[in-house]
Design a protein around this ligand. Sequence first.
Ligand code: PLP
Length: 372
Amino acid sequence: MPAIFADYNSTTPIAKPVSQVMLDWSNLVGNMSSAHQFGQSMHAVYDESVDSILRHLGAANWELLSCSSATEANNWLFYSLLETIKGCPRVITTAIEHPAVLVPLCRYHDQGLIDLKICPVDQDGFILIDEFESMLTPDTVLVSVMLANNEVGTIQPLKTVANMAAKVGAIVHSDIVQAAGKLKVDLNDLGVDAVSISGHKCYAPTGIGALLVKDSSKLRPMILGGSQQQMLRAGTVNVFGLACLSVGLDYCYQYIDAHVDVYDWAMQIQSDINDCVVISIPKSTQYLWNTVNIAFPGKDAHSLMMRLDMRGIAVSTGSACSTGAIEPSSVVQAMGYSPEISASAIRFSFGYPTTIGDLKQLIDVLKDFDAC
Ligand code: PLP
């Protein structure tokens, strides 16, 4: 039975160099807040890891605040800027954001604290830039637009968005969770003010995320206690996680141009599988190299996912809702596809360890399914 992991956008395996960091860690001890040599050695590991992460993302002069996940990083920024805001100012986001952006922003909207506008996307999954421009008002305080989409892999025109938002003085945040490590990122060039990243999407473990900001003066603590991280997030800093994240990013950027050709594979599915509908394939540099989203009309995506699972293949569908039922992908629906097509859409997402052999086996199984 083939065991093929085609769900790298949900999480990634631990890369070998990251495993080495983990093994070597058993020789280290020290709390980076301690004044003794053990603590200071740990502080040096922290400094090196933070510098390296910032350098990888073209953000050498930025500040990195560590936390547990990208979900926390997003919530923390929104909490800082919006929890006590007055005058119901405007905030703009997009219809294809991850729930880690949409859910907290909708909550502030429902509480009457902000006037949230959700910018639609076109049929290919790109923000409608004219609509976005028309939503920008002089009282817009925050714009949150992801760099790369987790379900369809579209890379948003973030530099254009940031330029437009800067004209009204809005803070620009981007959830770059899916872009970091899959795409060369230069935050200074993009012109954004804050981004969120996550370790387990970059071949490092879960439990480490970070909020990167140009200027931390607007941040407020959401978690209270000790005085770590300039009193902005209490709790002993997860230096281990940061060291893993930094080496995970080293690994990604080492292999960034050395991955399987997913586009040709997706084209082959299109020609080999009857009646499938290509929602998104990496056909240009406006798409992540690793993400393919294909609908199989007449088939239920969840059942298809479970059948693939029986053959040892992991893929993903729309997200599970709070009742545990599977809902059609909201991203695919936001692109204008019918609920029926959206409910038959499967996301295949690949990683640096994916081989041509994996892709071939996967297509053979899909052809088998198609034949019966
Ligand atoms: N943002 C995007 C675009 C994601 O794909 C994910 C995870 O799938 C998250 C945020 C949440 O990241 P974390 O698991 O670190 O909270």
